[in-house]
Structures are given as structure tokens and as C-alpha cells.
Design a protein around this ligand. Structure first.
Ligand code: NAI
Length: 716
């Protein structure tokens, strides 16, 4: 079946790209061949004066390259060739006799954006779904179909770097402002305007690919002479190195390709292809692509296996507790069009919750993701109450009241008196077993955990916790709704700490024990930042709140004994009443606005070694924290808390920020080898009295030389 159909409109060929059987358009080898054949046909037809390229998918233009094809490359030369083929195809597009106008509505990513850069004119729809980006660096590669060459020429060096080095989304209005596209129009007239522009260019009354950049003196000084460009490129390199701590080579390779293009355009394309080939073969890219496949697979996963299951749509959501998390969940829900009823103990708290929702939505207006009108419409979806009025027709209730089992039991009993029989009751608890919460329920088969992470509107993961009693369709419905909220969902079995907090425990404990042993706070944080975590563990303790860390520490000690006992330092710091950032006093100092300062040296008084600090090698600190975490992840798999290594990797990367380029705990073990991990754990275990006992499964795998994921990239 063909991906391209052509309709003629008075000498203009309208090419509709609609990849059969796929939700989005992708450039595969077959699609590229089809384009090339079509170009030949159109070029040879003198009746065709111009063309328009438009997508047949409702809300997306082109998602990018077909990443499945990357799996076939086994050498850098193959990837380099794919890049050169991309160059040839887009050169052909750019050089066609007939002008091709891109009519872009919806996402235009990666190869899609590189293709539009080769078009003679570009029109975008003025629509929130229209976003343009070069997200390749997020997969450990960089744009390899001419993007590092055409983009700087089109939008200027600084704007191009901003896109290529970060992969960030550019919305329609901004795209028009920076000259990435030529025109922005209402979606209803997109096609018509594009046809018109193709005709005008064919008639010679409009230029091909006119320069739409707005230049000013600063950009002239910095970008349009070699000295200025040198400064910009050097600064970008330094910033990238600082941000990635040297863990991600692809943005640096992109910088090299861009620089080469300024020396000599032909060399630029050659370097782009060569470096693309090199990057496509790095283990970093393999791991990042593994995560991409895993999260794509999770999007299609019902959470309850393959047998058919009916899911209950959530039209109205009840939330108990309008505090930090309750309001956060409500904010995300109204953005997705769910009617929300928010209940708290008194009106003042309900009001505070509604104000917090408004703040989240306002952020969207400030960032121009939504209009003020849309914000007002979304706000109208949220209502508040101090009793259970309005709960008689909710489909799902999420409780986010205080972390106290008695309070949770009370609200579950109260709400169930009003709920319709089909409604699901979910708890957002971070530590209380769901089975225990369900004891207060008259229908425990409709109870589960929906563990959101804070801040809810930013954190991508949702951990759904099922008990032995949770009904299958209840789980599937919660999973489906979690996806509606835009979350990546993993389903885990009920046990203390569930999965994410459970594997975090040994990691944070070990960071505390390093302080017990005399390590400096900043040395511990730096070592784990260098390993690739987004924040250091001691900073994370301050962020989470030391009171909360203390409470969950006690729960883990209770459930798992000494293996997961909190450090002496943490226990003493918690006893001292320091709360971390929210109390503006923790391991670090905070100013009146909660901004983090330097280490609070006085906190060393709580460490057994006192102010005397010793140096512990960074790799030892990394190993103690990280191997404790990955060992615990394997135990969770052994105990059936997570269903697969894939879920364990995604939970760690999306919930904790386990370095994405290491692929998650299980991919990390595969990369370094189960044998090596067991050896290290045994060595640590002999030094640190039993808390590094390797998981049975790891020992077995080491013995047999097995892996968690098959060799190669696919994580499903
Ligand atoms: P919070 O203290 O900000 O909010 C709790 C809210 O519940 C308060 O507004 C309180 O007035 C209300 N509440 C108490 N009793 C109530 C009742 N009987 N009926 C209605 N409302 C009642 O607490 P936060 O941080 O939002 O935590 C809520 C839940 O979410 C806890 O179970 C916590 O463990 C969990 N959680 C918290 C995370 C965090 O980072 N803060 C992360 C993930 C889960």
C-alpha cells in the first residue's frame, strides 16, 4: 500500500503523506523510495508546476525517521550511509524544478523537520498541536539528514543550537518568529494557502525559500562572521559539557558538524554523515533508543496482559484532599478535559487547592501552550466541596489526604457511602500498603493505588499498585486513564514502598552512610551527578523533605530489617527537626525564597565522624549507592513486584531519574555484566556487614551468563 497519494489542483500536485496502518508518518526506506519515484514522475510531467506536501494524519505532520530501521545497523558505516541517503533525497527535493510547499499541521519532528527545511516554502497551522523539533539528541544521535547544515542557515546559529542541542519543541508562532517557517495561518485554510504559495512561486511572483530570519545587530556581530561564530560555538560546547557532565557525546558531535558546515558546506554534510554514523553506534544511543522502545511499548500495554478487557471511561474524577498532590492531580486532569470534584476538610483548603490548579494552568498560558480562554474553560471543569456532594456520579476517586492510615480509612468509608457502584477508589499514598487501605473498603476489588510523583504536571511516571483483590478491569481502567493524563504507567504489586520508592531506599540510605563514614556532602552529590543522576542524593533528601524521608526510612526498616535501615546521620538530622528545603534548613542552606545555597556545615555535627571529613573515591561512592539500588530492583523482579525488567527500567528512569543513557537498572546490569555486579556486591558485602547480599536471581544469571534484555536494542 502506498504512503503517498497525489491530487492535482490546477497544475499544483497536492502530495498527501499518510502511512498506512500507522498512527503517525515516519520516514522508512520504503517511504523514501516512494518519494524519490514520485519526484521523478512529477518532475517529468510538464503539466505539474508546483507541489504541496501535506499530512493525511489528523494531528501530526511527520514524526521523524522510522527508528525500527536503526535496529538493523550493525556498523557505523551503515548508519553513515543512511545519513548520506537522506542527504541525497532532500537534495533532490530542494533541487526540483517544481517548488514544493510544506503545509504543516501537528507535530513535525526530526526527519520531518529536515524535509520541510528542503522545501521551497513552509506554512504552518496556528494550532497548539503544531510543534516543530529536532529531538534526535534525546536518542543519543543528532539530525543526520542535513539538519545540522540547513537549520543554522535558515534560522541562524543561536536559534539552531537551541533546537539541535536540546531537542526542544518550537511552537507555530515561535517558528514563524525565528524564520523556521514562512507563514502561519488558521488550520482551516492551511492547504489552500499552501497551494496558492506554490502557484505564486511557480509563476515567479514569489521567491523560493525566502530568508524569513529577523536579523539584528547582535546576531550580525555574533553569527555572521567567523570570530563571532567561534565564540558562540565555544560557549555552546562549554555549556553542553557542563550540563551533560560529559555523559552525552551527541550534542558535541552536532556542534562539530555545524562548525564544519561553516568552513565548507560540502564538508559539513560529510562530517554530519560521518559523525551520525559514529553516534548511532554508541552504547549511549543504544540505551536511549531502548528506553524509547520501552516507553512506546508501555503506551500500548493494557497493564493486565493480552486477554480482552473492558475499561471504564473516567468522565468525572473525585479527589479527596486538595493539598499539594490532590490539587496537582486535579490540575492535570482538567487539562485533559476531565470534570473534577475536589473535597477537603474546610473551604479555605478547597480554595487553596483551586488556586493551585489555577497556578498550574497559568504556567501554560505564560508559556503560550494554551490561551487564556482555554485556561478559563479548563478551570470551569474543577469544582470544590467540603462534603461529598457531587461524588454520586464520579467514575474514579483518588484520595490524597494526609499520610495516615486512620484518616485514609475514614475517607474511604465515607466516600463509598455516596459513590456509584462502578466507581474505582484509588489511593495516592507513597508508603501505606494498598491492601491495608482496602481493609476499610466494602468492595476491595475496586481499590488500587495510583502513585503520582511530584510535581504532578511535570513528572512523567504513574505507578499503579494492585492488590491480590483488585479486579482486572479496575486495573486496566486506571492504566487507561493514567495514559489519558499523559503519564507513562507501570503496574506494580502491592508491597512496602511499591517499586520506585523501594529501590530509592538503599540508594538514599547508602548516601547517608557515606556521610556516616566521613564523606563530604558535596562530594557525595557530585559523584552521583557525574554518574548521571539529575540531582545528587543528599540534595534529593532535602527536596523530598527530611521528615518524610525519616518516616519512610522507618517503614523500610520495619519491613526489610537492617538491609534497608536508614543511616545514623539521617536519623539524627531528622530528630533535630530539620525539614530540608520546605523548612529552609537541611543538609544545604536555603534563602527566604527556598533557593538552595551552599552546604550547611553545622549539619556535620550530626554525623558520627563529626566535622572530620575523609576522602572516599568517587567510583566507590557511585558503586555503593547504585549497586544497592540495582540489586534491590532485581529483588523486586524476583518478588514479582514489577512484571518485567522493562517496567523496572522505565520506573527508575522516569520516576527517579536513573541516568537515561544507562538505560535503567536492568539495562545497566546487562551492560556491565551480572557477573561483575555480583562480584562487586560480594566485595561490598564483606566490608559492610550484609546489606549488599546479591539477589539470588543475579547470582544465577551471573553463573549462566544471562541477560535481562535480549542483546540488541528492543526492550519489550
Ligand atoms: P498535603 O498535606 O499537602 O495535603 C493533604 C490534604 O488532605 C490537606 O489539604 C488536608 O486538609 C486534606 N485532608 C486531610 N484530611 C481530610 C479529610 N478527611 N477529607 C478531605 N481532605 C482531607 O499532603 P500531600 O503532600 O498532598 O500528600 C497527600 C498524599 O499524597 C499522601 O498520602 C502522600 O503520602 C502522598 N504523596 C505525596 C507526595 C509528595 O511529594 N508530597 C508524592 C506522592 C504521594
Amino acid at each position: 500500500m502506498s504512503a503517498l497519494t497525489v491530487g492535482m489542483e490546477d497544475g499544483i500536485a497536492v502530495i498527501t503523506f499518510d502511512l498506512p496502518g500507522e498512527p503517525v508518518n515516519k520516514f522508512s526506506q520504503a517511504v523514501k523510495d516512494e518519494f524519490l519515484a514520485l519526484f521523478d514522475r512529477l518532475e517529468g510531467d510538464q503539466a505539474v508546476r508546483g507541489a504541496v506536501l501535506i499530512s493525511g494524519k489528523p494531528d501530526s505532520f511527520v514524526a521523524g525517521a522510522d527508528i525500527d530501521e536503526f535496529l538493523r545497523w550493525t556498523t557505523a558505516a551503515q548508519a553513515e550511509k543512511a545519513s548520506r541517503d537522506g542527504h541525497a533525497m532532500l537534495d533532490r527535493l530542494e533541487g526540483l524544478r517544481l517548488p514544493v510547499v510544506a503545509a504543516i499541521h501537528g507535530a513535525c519532528m526530526g526527519g520531518g523537520l529536515e524535509a520541510e527545511l528542503a522545501c521551497a516554502y513552509r506554512v504552518v497551522s496556528d494550532h497548539p498541536k503544531t510543534v516543530l523539533a529536532l529531538p534526535e539528541v534525546q536518542l543519543g544521535i543528532f539530525p543526520g539528514a542535513g539538519g545540522t547544515q540547513r537549520l543554522p542557515r535558515t534560522v541562524g546559529l543561536q536559534a539552531a543550537l537551541d533546537m539541535i542541542l536540546t531537542g526542544k519543541n518550537v511552537r507555530a508562532r515561535k517558528a514563524a518568529q525565528i524564520g523556521l517557517v514562512h507563514e502561519m495561518v488558521h488550520p482551516a485554510i492551511l492547504r489552500q494557502v499552501a497551494v496558492q504559495r506554490a502557484r505564486e512561486i511557480a509563476d515567479g511572483v514569489r521567491d523560493r525559500n525566502p530568508d524569513a530570519r529577523r536579523r539584528n545587530a547582535a546576531s550580525f556581530l555574533l553569527e555572521e562572521n567567523p570570530v563571532g561564530r567561534g565564540i558562540v560555538l565555544r560557549k555552546a560546547r562549554a555549556m553542553t559539557l557542563k550540563k551533560t557532565r560529559g555523559n552525552y557525546p551527541a550534542p558535541l558531535a552536532a556542534l562539530d558538524a555545524i562548525a564544519a558546515g561553516y568552513d565548507d558546506p560540502a564538508k559539513g554534510y560529510r562530517e554530519e554523515a560521518r559523525l551520525f554514523g559514529e553516534m548511532a553506534m554508541t552504547p549511549i544511543s543504544r540505551e536511549l533508543i531502548g528506553i524509547f522502545f520501552a516507553s512506546t511499548a508501555l503506551k500500548k500495554d493494557s497493564g493486565v496482559g493480552d486477554a480482552p478487557v473492558t475499561t471504564l471511561p473516567v468522565r468525572k474524577l473525585g479527589i479527596l484532599g486538595a493539598g499539594f498532590m490532590g490539587a496537582g492531580i486535579a490540575g492535570v486532569a482538567v487539562q485533559k478535559g476531565t470534570l473534577v470534584r475536589l473535597k477537603d476538610a474546610d473551604l479555605a483548603r478547597v480554595g487553596k487547592g483551586l488556586a493551585a490548579i489555577r497556578d498550574v494552568l497559568k504556567e501554560g498560558v505564560t508559556r503560550r501552550h494554551i490561551t487564556r480562554q482555554q485556561m478559563d474553560d479548563q478551570l470551569l471543569l474543577a469544582g470544590g466541596t467540603t462534603d461529598y456532594s457531587g461524588f454520586e456520579n464520579v467514575d474514579l476517586v483518588i484520595e490524597a489526604v494526609f499520610e495516615d492510615v486512620h484518616v485514609k480509612h475514614t475517607v474511604v468509608r465515607e466516600v463509598e457511602r455516596v459513590l456509584p457502584p462502578h466507581a474505582i477508589v484509588a489511593s495516592n499514598t507513597s508508603t501505606i500498603p494498598i491492601t491495608r487501605i482496602a481493609q476499610a473498603s466494602s468492595r476491595p476489588e475496586r481499590v488500587l493505588g495510583m502513585h503520582f510523583f511530584s510535581p504532578v504536571h511535570k513528572m512523567p511516571l504513574l505507578e499503579i499498585i494492585v492488590t491480590a483483590q483488585t479486579a482486572r478491569e479496575v486495573t486496566a481502567s486506571a492504566v487507561a486513564y493514567g495514559k489519558t493524563l499523559g503519564k507513562t504507567v507501570i503496574v506494580v504489586r502491592d508491597a512496602p514502598g511499591f517499586y520506585v520508592n523501594r529501590i530509592l531506599a538503599p540508594y538514599l540510605n547508602e548516601a547517608g552512610r557515606l556521610l556516616d563514614g566521613g564523606a563530604a556532602i558535596d562530594a557525595v552529590d557530585t559523584a552521583l551527578l557525574d554518574f548521571g543522576f539529575p540531582v545528587g542524593p543528599i540534595t534529593l533528601l532535602d527536596e523530598v523533605g527530611l521528615d518524610i524521608a525519616g518516616k519512610s526510612g522507618a517503614i523500610f526498616l520495619d519491613a526489610f530489617g537492617d538491609r534497608l535501615a536508614p543511616s545514623a546521620t539521617l536519623r539524627k538530622v531528622v530528630e533535630s527537626g530539620r525539614l530540608g528545603r520546605k523548612g529552609k534548613q537541611g543538609f544545604y542552606r536555603y534563602d527566604a525564597d527556598g533557593r538552595k545555597g551552599g552546604i550547611d556545615e553545622s549539619v556535620y555535627a550530626f554525623t558520627p565522624s563529626g566535622a572530620q571529613r575523609v576522602t572516599i573515591a568517587a567510583d566507590e561512592m557511585q558503586q555503593r549507592c547504585v549497586l544497592g539500588m540495582v540489586n534491590e530492583a532485581v529483588r523486586c523482579l524476583e518478588e514479582g513486584i514489577i512484571a518485567s525488567p522493562r517496567d523496572g527500567d522505565i520506573g527508575a528512569v522516569f520516576g527517579i531519574g536513573f541516568p537515561p543513557f544507562r538505560g535503567g537498572p536492568f539495562r545497566y546490569i546487562d551492560a556491565v555484566g551480572a557477573g561483575w555486579v555480583v562480584e562487586q556486591l560480594e566485595e561490598l558485602n564483606s566490608r559492610f556487614g550484609g546489606r549488599f547480599e546479591p539477589a539470588e536471581r543475579l547470582i544465577l544469571m551471573a553463573r549462566k551468563g544471562e541477560r535481562f534484555h535480549p542483546a540488541g536494542m528492543r526492550a519489550v
